[in-house]
Design a protein around this ligand. Structure first.
Ligand code: UDP
Length: 329
């Protein structure tokens, strides 16, 4: 029996496929390669270039392969783009998930682990954020991810379907093998953008806002290594296989770093002065997002390994130095 990973050529999906293969699992990857890279797909996974909205092609995958569980990463994930092109997000994220769930129900596959996001909370009511806290997304991206969670909940009430939604905080870092890492086009995330300065691809890093109510005025985020996220998906799948109930879990380190602190860590790791410039706030950025991941630790037995930001940034630097053009090199 195999695990089907949708979006397995993307950043978090490809790292999860690597961990599944390392754990001896049989893996099938579906990805339309719009934002993912074929080079990121592990050589031992069976790969289908299929769009998640294509019901016939998705049905064929379920017919050809013996699938016991699904891990679903196939979604657009840029907050800014979701605000200027919301229908693109509704189409891929919601229409795509509808097709996937229809096909799973039709083929009797009843377990799904799903990548959700801290953006489902919007402006937090307290720090650290707990799963039971208010969910009022401030972006269309967060809204579609929350709607995907709800779609699974209602489907599970009508059909034999069990799901785990994993709400990630700030995914970062790269696989220890150096073979895969973060590659977005355009890049919008803080750590890869900072590292573009020592790579000579950017003169300085912009700091979006210095007037937040935080210790140095810059935004606080909870940075979690992508391989720790990957492990959580495997634990969540095992939890469902063992008969666990549908549930939602936060995944973060539980420690917040300001933008300035992240830049300082990157200066230490790279030995480059990394000039920074204060810019206006970016629309929709909450001042602080820090997770309580106690539930994932207690229920899933999750133990994040990479709890030092230096180690996380060093793993990202290792990848970007060796692949300055991402999977294009
Ligand atoms: N950020 C920044 N400069 C950049 C990119 C990001 O100051 O060039 C800040 C951003 O405002 C946020 C934090 O870095 O407070 C993390 O942003 P990122 O886009 O990496 O992740 P997000 O928190 O939006 O998921």
């Amino acid at each position: 029996m195999a695990i089907l990973v949708l979006g397995g050529a993307g950043y978090i999906g490809s790292h999860t496929v690597y961990e599944l293969i390392a754990a001896g699992r049989d893996v099938v990857v579906v990805d339309n390669l719009v934002t993912g890279f074929q080079a990121a797909v592990h050589a031992k996974a069976r790969f289908y270039q299929v769009d998640i909205r294509d019901r016939k092609a998705i049905d064929q995958v379920f017919e050809r392969e013996k699938i016991e569980g699904v891990i679903h990463f196939a979604a657009f994930s840029q907050v800014g783009e979701s605000m200027t092109n919301p229908l693109k997000y509704y189409d891929n994220n919601l229409a795509g998930t509808t097709v996937l769930l229809q096909s799973m129900v039709a083929h009797g596959v009843d377990k799904i682990v799903f990548s959700s996001t801290a953006a489902a909370y919007g402006e937090p009511e307290r720090i650290p954020i707990q799963e039971s806290d208010r969910t009022v997304p401030t972006s269309c991206y967060g809204e579609t991810k929350l709607a995907m969670e709800k779609m699974m909940r209602w489907t599970g009430l009508a059909h034999p379907m069990h799901y785990v939604a994993l709400r990630y905080f700030n995914a970062c870092g790269a696989h220890t093998s150096g073979e895969i890492g973060e590659a977005h086009d355009p890049e919008t995330h803080l750590i890869p953008l900072i590292l573009q300065v020592p790579l000579g691809k950017r003169e300085k890093i912009s700091i979006f806002g210095e007037d937040y109510p935080t210790k140095d005025g810059t935004c606080v985020r909870d940075y979690i290594h992508v391989s720790d996220l990957a492990q959580a998906h495997i634990l969540a799948l095992d939890y469902l296989m063992d008969g666990g109930e549908s549930d939602v879990f936060n995944l973060g380190n539980g420690v917040g770093f300001t933008v300035k602190e992240v830049i300082d860590v990157a200066r230490g790791v790279t030995g480059h002065p990394i000039p920074a410039e204060i810019c206006p706030r970016r629309a929709g950025d909450p001042a602080q997002l820090v997770a309580s991941s106690e539930k994932a630790k207690a229920v899933l037995g999750w133990k994040p390994e990479y709890n030092r930001l230096e180690t996380i940034v060093a793993s990202a630097w290792n990848w970007h130095k060796a692949h300055p053009n991402g999977f294009g090199t």
